[in-house]
Design a protein around this ligand. Structure first.
Ligand SMILES: [Zn+2]
Length: 171
């Protein structure tokens, strides 16, 4: 695999993957770090986690390239999990407006679009922020990206508005 190098870290004898080298083995784009916990929750076969000695901490990344079939990859081992190896559809990878942008509270392009139709606007971002403040967010185990969804939701609002503004693409 190209771009694969490891560095030794003092506090641990296992090699750690440099962030700058998190390149997707399929599309070559840079991935974002994702916790082992998140990967283990979303892959159908998490047996790789039975061998932690082969898995340096922080080895997994997520590829967010929409057209790319790889969701998680492990720069250390060179292994990858593809869309069909996950239990859940991944927002970044799908056009389906029913796929959640916010997994904790199940907000999708469809649900946001219905809210805008009903009320003329949406306060979904404020609602999610309030839930985050209240400690009700569980992105690590509900969202395949394993972290806050607000960026996705902002994009979902834009897509919902575009769909409403153009009757030809309203589902
Ligand atoms: Zn990729």
């Amino acid at each position: 695999m190209k771009n694969l190098t490891t560095v030794e870290v003092d506090e641990c004898c296992k090699p750690q993957v440099r962030v700058s080298e998190r390149r997707c083995p399929e599309c070559g784009n840079r991935g974002k770090p994702v916790q082992d916990l998140t990967v283990s929750v979303f892959v159908k076969n998490p047996s790789i986690f039975l061998h932690p000695e082969r898995l340096p901490p922080g080895a997994f990344s997520m590829c967010e390239t929409k057209s790319c079939d790889v969701v998680y990859f492990n720069s250390h081992e060179g292994s990858a999990f593809r869309k069909n190896e996950l239990r859940t559809k991944v927002w970044q990878k799908e056009d389906d407006p029913a796929v959640p942008a916010c997994y904790c509270f199940n907000n999708s392009v469809n649900s946001i679009g219905r809210e805008i139709e009903r009320r003329g606007s949406t306060d979904v971002l404020a609602r999610i922020s309030a839930e985050v403040k209240a400690g009700n967010c569980r992105c690590e185990v509900t969202n395949p990206q394993g972290r806050c969804c607000l960026g996705n939701v902002t994009k979902a609002i834009r897509i919902a508005k575009e769909k409403l503004g153009n009757p030809l693409v309203v589902a």
